[in-house]
Write a protein of this length. Sequence first.
Length: 400
Amino acid sequence: MNGIERNVIAISGPPGAGSTTIAKELAERLDITYFSPGFIQKGFAKGKNQSKAAIEVWKTKMGKSREFHKELDDLQIERAKQGNVIVCGKLSIYFLKDLADFKIWVDASLDERVKRSAKRDKLPVEEVKGMMSEREKTEREEWMKIYGFDYFNQKKMADLVIDSTNLTVEETVNKILDFIKIKKIGKKNTSELLELYEKKSEEIQERLLEFRQMLNNDDERIFAELAFCICTPQSKATTAWNAISALMKNGLLYRGSAKEISPFLNAVRFGKNKAEYIAEARKKFTVDDILQIKEFIQSFIDPVELREWLAENVRGLGMKEASHFIRNIGLSENQLAILDIHILNNLREYDVIEKIPKTLSKKEYLIIEGKMKEFSKQVNVPLDELDLLFWSNETGFVFK
């Protein structure tokens, strides 16, 4: 099953959202069985528009029979108990809520659902829209009579709600696969991560509060944070901060030349180059012999735009270092990932990424950042907190 340990997936959705097509494609990609309790209704259609066929079924004695629906319900329950199956039906989430490992509601706007159905059945859009609206109304009313609930409420029961309005079948299936992968790892391993979060959340939140208060300090303190981030690549954060602290204390960070700064960076890898970057950055943010980095930074509203500018205009800052700096001065707003080796190790451990790339292009960085954001949502830990959690998981302590 391509690494997925559990093997029962329930998929439901409104008419025309594409749940059947998506379920079949997903079953093929996962190499498991596709099963639909609605095969009887689809057989009844015999080439008719599916909404029209569904309405006709509901008008029959069979369609209104509780026994008929119970047979369908029992069919999907029994099939799910056998495992290794994707069950796709209008009520599958509801009836398999205790059996399915993953419950997925596939949605789409009414206009998009009508357009897809009209194209499939080669019928006028307005005709299909009328039939689809009638079908939805009928199904909701009849199932309310039989079961006492609105089947659209399954959306609230789903593990994943995916809007396929602007997605292709392949894109939708890929998103579902990404979700299943994260949840599978989560069910197996994230309990330990969340236990660690429970222990360290207060400390992490206090550290982030310190970061958010950073801009209350003067320009020199903000520049020191920038210099620290310039020093971090391929060096320990504690080593980099010790070096910067020494330069703050003796004042060379604010007035020394690259040559004067360099000896204090001996413990930092590529210290000579980084000394030059620090001196150059200080010059960039100095106006009329006064360091004015705060005003410049605060002229940006969007942290992503600020990162873009820093990475392109400050030597020594790439995507990671710029993200680190922005987080450390309290402006990241859970939008930026700091993809150092500690974070990447954790992302690989939790199967968010398959492997750690040898180099990180901007494109690759943004892709992994997106995956980390998604993982953050799945485990319900804000991105900034997740970064410090991962970092402390690797190092044993919360730093910066």
